[in-house]
Design a binder for this molecule. Structure first.
Ligand code: PLP
Length: 395
């Protein structure tokens, strides 16, 4: 007899993601899909051309487990160029299958069953699953929207402190933050660093949106706060910076003993990935400063188009400081305040697809995200204009 249910108890509750449901809905209804966060425009030719040229060469075979030396050096140079530490490309950099594998491998490598992970929510959806796969326990702390809709999301320090128990092992921080668009300030990073040091926490810093930051905000890595380098792993992703989310090339940097632990887990997950993409990402990371400033300026313009359109459609937005997402409160146009119901009806009401933010919350705090919905603005001018026009005619 086989044993049912087949899904292990560790993964109970992690069904098919709402992203898949909403993307299918977009296709079925011919809606403009502002749900999933992937750009509909290509990456820089300097990067794409290197990948094309690498296919059909030795890059098609297994790269070295930690990543090709050229990419590890490019990661280290890039991190240092943008204000991070000097990392040794051989011992302190690991190339991964996207940021997702870096995060999951780190959780699998660093957590004992029952170890607790302190993190903010709403949270990127792979965190809770990664913690569960590692046998850990998530201790989510809610970020709070500004009461009058203006200004950044914040957290309550007492609430944060209360989430840190003697079982706490790791702090997982995502800045710039998906889905709120918040960039944690230097002062907030100082509070988090003090807490990590006081409780001897390891830190996993998901900084995949490091370059998608708009005027008025400034990204700083938690690893750069004094005392944090030796306990922090910083995670990055080529997908976000070079518009190549399907390549799934990511990396992490940190002190050698932590990187070595993660490498042990990673080698049995994928071992390696993205052979021909690795030299291409190396070329991308070496692009001049202007490329990185340019993508932020470009996205800021797209943000403004969408935020203006959402506001005009009667959907209040907390204007994102970074990333390619904007979150709205649906209550003015959905009297029961149900963001999931709003998203399921939006293709009929407006021919647009978005994702309900409730899926970024643990069940404990789901009520805080029930009325929130996320729209992506990493879309071409024509697509954004069409979405805004349709939202303006929402029934
Ligand atoms: C906060 C955050 N971390 C990690 C990832 C995953 O990155 P990758 O596609 O490189 O695995 C995403 C993708 O949306 C994200 O938003």
């Amino acid at each position: 007899m086989t044993r049912a249910p087949y899904l292990s108890s560790r993964l109970q509750g992690f069904g098919t993601t709402v992203f898949a449901e909403m993307s299918a809905l977009a296709v079925a209804t011919g809606s403009v899909n502002l749900g999933q966060g992937f750009p509909d425009y290509p990456g820089p030719p300097e990067v794409l051309d290197v990948a094309r040229a690498a296919i059909g060469t030795a890059h098609d075979q297994y790269p070295p487990g930690p990543g090709i030396p050229e990419l590890r050096s490019a990661v280290a140079e890039h991190v240092q160029r943008f204000g991070g530490h000097a990392y040794d490309p051989d011992a302190e950099v690991l190339v991964t299958a996207g940021a997702t594998e870096a995060l999951t491998a780190a959780l699998l490598a660093l957590l004992e069953p029952g170890d607790e992970v302190v993190l903010f929510e709403p949270m990127y959806d792979s965190y809770a699953a990664g913690i569960a796969m590692a046998g850990g326990v998530a201790r989510p702390v809610p970020l709070r929207p500004p009461p009058d809709g203006a200004g950044p999301w914040t957290f309550d320090t007492a609430e944060l402190r209360a989430a840190v128990t003697p079982r706490a092992r790791l702090l997982l921080l995502n800045t710039p933050h998906n889905p709120t668009g918040k960039v944690f300030t230097r002062a907030e990073l100082g509070t988090l660093a003090a807490l990590a040091m006081e409780h001897e926490l390891l830190v996993l810093a998901d900084e995949v949106y490091e370059h998608l930051v708009f005027a008025g905000a400034r990204h700083a890595s938690l690893a750069t706060v004094p005392g944090m380098r030796e306990r922090t792993l910083v995670v990055g992703s080529a997908g976000k910076t070079f518009n190549v989310t399907g390549w799934k090339v990511g990396w992490l940097c940190g002190p050698a003993p932590l990187v070595s632990a993660v490498r042990t887990a990673k080698q049995f997950l994928t071992y390696v990935n993205g052979g021909p993409f690795q030299p291409a990402v190396a070329a991308g990371l070496r692009l001049p400063d202007e490329y990185f400033a340019g993508i932020a300026r470009d996205l800021e313009r797209r943000r403004d188009v969408l935020v203006e359109g959402l506001t005009a459609a009667g959907l209040p937005v907390v204007c994102p400081e970074a990333t390619y997402f904007a979150m709205v409160d649906v209550r003015p146009v959905q009297p029961d305040g149900d963001g999931l119901a709003f998203c399921r009806a939006l293709p009929d009401r407006a021919g647009v697809v978005a994702v309900p933010t409730v899926v970024f919350y643990s069940s404990e705090h789901a009520h805080l995200g029930r009325h929130l919905v996320r729209f992506a603005f990493c879309k071409s001018d024509a697509v954004l204009a069409e979405a805004v026009e349709r939202l303006g005619r929402m029934g």
